[in-house]
Design a binder for this molecule. Sequence first.
Ligand SMILES: NC(=O)c1ccc[n+]([C@@H]2O[C@H](COP(=O)([O-])OP(=O)(O)OC[C@H]3O[C@@H](n4cnc5c(N)ncnc54)[C@H](OP(=O)(O)O)[C@@H]3O)[C@@H](O)[C@H]2O)c1
Length: 340
Amino acid sequence: MQIKTEPQLLDLLTRPSEALVAFMATLQGPLVILGAGGKMGPTLCVRAKRAAEQASNPIPIIAVSRFSDKGQKAWLESKGVQTHSCDLMDRDSLRNFPDAEHVIYLVGMKFGTQSNPALTWAVNALIPDYMCERYPNARIVALSTGNVYTMTEVEGGGSVESDPLEPLGEYANACVARERVFEYKSQQLGTAIVSIRLNYAIDLRYGVLVDLAQKIIAGKPVDLTMGYFNCIWQGDANDMILRALPLATSPARALNVTGKETLSVRKTALALGRLMNKPVSFSGTESTIALLNNSAVAHDELGPPSVGIEEMLEWTARWIQDGNQLLNKPTHFETRDGKY
Ligand SMILES: NC(=O)c1ccc[n+]([C@@H]2O[C@H](COP(=O)([O-])OP(=O)(O)OC[C@H]3O[C@@H](n4cnc5c(N)ncnc54)[C@H](OP(=O)(O)O)[C@@H]3O)[C@@H](O)[C@H]2O)c1
């Protein structure tokens, strides 16, 4: 299969798994998705909507965000997702929120941390408190990131959920704060929460593979110092995030979500170069440590991802070669000093 157009990509990214349709058949009341206007939220909301429709359980799917990108709001509404424009830093606005027993929390701030660290800490650490106060009785799947871990030996297979959270840099530490505030509120209010430590969603319009393919097409060297990474097809990540709702507990728990393999940047770049018929040049050399995430527990509890790295490589190479739509939001996965 090749993915040649954005509608084709969006159809694939929002196609629910059978397991998700079966789960959505059991869900009662509205599903609220907070921070829905970013890179993952729109396709997550429409996936949930399609799953609810296929399960003949037409519960409201409600997307909440500022919707800085108005096009996302219009697209969600065209797909039958209800939207609610709101700045979640404004506590008063929360009173108007629809009640819900199930909440997906995608709010986050990463880029711009260097220029405004206070805002990053406020967004990542204050809004979880407001949301738990608004939804104390809900089940919450709260997005975190694999950046909460420190870098580990490549041979070790990646950080596991019980590892210490001692990362480098203000962004990653603000993400630790996001998790810890959720954990505290779960202790205090009994809210059932699971924090998803995600490493690199792959959507053909952004992601680590797009970053690499763009370098290769432009004839620029690929930096090897962050020599290894994990990634997962965004459709699989979103499917797992939705199906993680029953895994939420009080006290809160954490779950790593990524693909099966530790991937080498060098080998991945060479594979993309072959697929795009372009030479690949490199700078730097691989360190023995990298930011890596082991998601064996999630694969055990939610099942493995459906899309493999070979498909993601083929789809990305073709997408970039054809000059298709990009979000122009680099991941900066090669960052090793924690500064974003
Ligand atoms: N994508 C990945 O590969 C990846 C990897 C690891 C972790 N994650 C985590 O997963 C979550 C979702 O990822 P993403 O890539 O979709 O992130 P994203 O593109 O940054 O989206 C998060 C969205 O939250 C919304 N938001 C921020 N502040 C808000 C506020 N004050 N009020 C209302 N909405 C606000 C923003 O949308 P509006 O402008 O519409 O408000 C923003 O676009 C993030 O928390 C991120 O940390 C993602």
